[in-house]
Design a protein around this ligand. Structure first.
Ligand SMILES: *Cc1c(COP(=O)(O)O)cnc(C)c1O
Length: 384
């Protein structure tokens, strides 16, 4: 088995069930899910509120198209719009992150009458033709070119370059408020504000891709709230249905007006809507974003203290944590899985990405810190 095989999917660990931040094999070995389910289960695996809501809905009405009012969709819609920043007053449901970004780019074109898109280096926005065109890595794009869209890339985090690239012909600027796939890159203070000011000046739509950063992960419901910047379009997916396939695009009124001719058959189906309503209302009512902030501080504090000199950087916000290693992240992820029963993901060659369910507690965080210390700083763990 090569490292590559391990990371790309053929992991030799059969998962049978999940509970809280743990996944279990058929012989009941527990694996701490520190990111292996790609931030899709903010409330932990098989959360009872979500399971109950889905089971009830699937038995009552599994599907009817979105032109008929259905209570679970109305509840999901109300909960989502209430949870998005003020100014984003309507939303459209879809089935995944790439579809949310695809819609965002279409909406921006339609609302502005322009077509040029500005995206950032090291971005990841999905794998369909439009979202992929705004994704940075050539590896993902080259076999499929030409892609859809007129996209210019500017260096992530550089406000001056961004401002210079945006002009009257720009339809949208699309940014992750913190880059996930690209290595957990937190932009410098003022960057998102600059993007906001410049797009306001030219009339372009500011799109924040919160597919990975949203749903409370960074300590606020949305990462853009940390910077106090509200975009024109906010996309979400991954954790939105706590594991069910659903995405959404939340928009300001001037964007919504031009969005009417876009749709999808499964948009806001009754079952995924039940999952969204249960997930969003539980996250908000039980204040899980605040817990994520607290646990994130604890985890990064312990990590920095334990493995200080052996890593280049520990960064992120809340429970979106990147550890920049002095060695390949794939190998460390494999060691964590095979020898410590912890599932984590690389984000680029040397960054290990931790995005555990928000319900992780101090004992889970300690388990992570102890295992990482043993792998990357064995002399430290032998002393303690
Ligand atoms: C995962 C991800 C996507 C794509 O979502 P899919 O549901 O896989 O299509 C888009 N943007 C970001 C920031 C992501 O992390």
């Amino acid at each position: 088995m090569s490292d590559h095989d391990f990371i790309s999917g053929s992991k030799p660990i059969g998962i049978e069930r999940g509970e809280g931040p743990y996944l279990y094999t058929a012989d009941d070995t527990a694996y701490l899910d520190a990111g292996a389910s790609f931030a899709c289960t903010p409330l932990g695996h098989s959360h009872p509120a979500v399971v109950e809501a889905v089971q009830e809905q699937v038995g009552k009405l599994t599907f009817v198209d979105s032109s008929y009012p259905v209570q679970s969709r109305e509840d999901a819609y109300a909960a989502l719009v209430a949870a998005t920043p003020d100014g984003l007053e309507s939303a459209w449901f879809c089935n995944s992150g790439t579809e949310a970004n695809e819609a965002a780019l279409k909406f921006a074109r339609s609302a502005t009458g322009e077509s040029k898109i500005i995206a950032a280096t090291r971005s990841f926005h999905g794998r369909t033709m439009g979202s992929l065109a705004a994704t940075w890595k050539d590896k993902y794009k080259e076999p499929f070119e030409p892609l859809a869209g007129d996209v210019e890339f500017v260096p992530y985090g550089d406000g001056e370059e961004l401002a210079a690239a945006v002009d009257d012909e720009t339809a949208a600027v699309i940014l992750e408020p913190i880059q996930g796939e690209g290595g957990i890159n937190v932009p410098p203070a003022g960057y998102l504000e600059t993007a906001r000011e410049r797009t306001e000046e030219t009339g372009a739509a500011l799109v924040f891709d919160e597919v990975q950063t949203g749903m409370g992960r960074t300590g606020e419901m949305w990462a853009c709230q940390r910077a106090g910047v509200t975009p024109d379009v906010l996309t979400t997916a991954k954790g939105l249905g706590n594991g069910l396939p659903v995405g959404a695009v939340a928009v300001r009124d001037w964007i919504a007006d031009g969005a009417a001719s876009h749709n999808a058959t499964f948009s806001g189906g009754p079952v995924v809507s039940a999952a969204v309503h249960a997930t969003v209302s539980t996250l908000v009512e039980e204040e899980w974003p605040a817990h994520a902030a607290e646990m994130g501080d604890y985890l990064t504090g312990e990590l920095e203290a334990a493995v200080g000199d052996e890593v280049r950087d520990v960064r992120g916000n809340g429970l979106l944590v990147g550890i920049e290693l002095k060695r390949g992240a794939n190998r460390v992820a494999r060691d964590l899985a095979m020898n410590h029963q912890i599932l984590a993901l690389p984000a680029g060659r040397t960054v290990l990405r931790l995005l555990p369910p928000l319900v992780i507690d101090e004992s889970g965080a300690d388990q992570l810190v102890d295992a990482l210390t043993e792998i990357v700083a064995p002399e430290v763990s032998a002393d303690s």
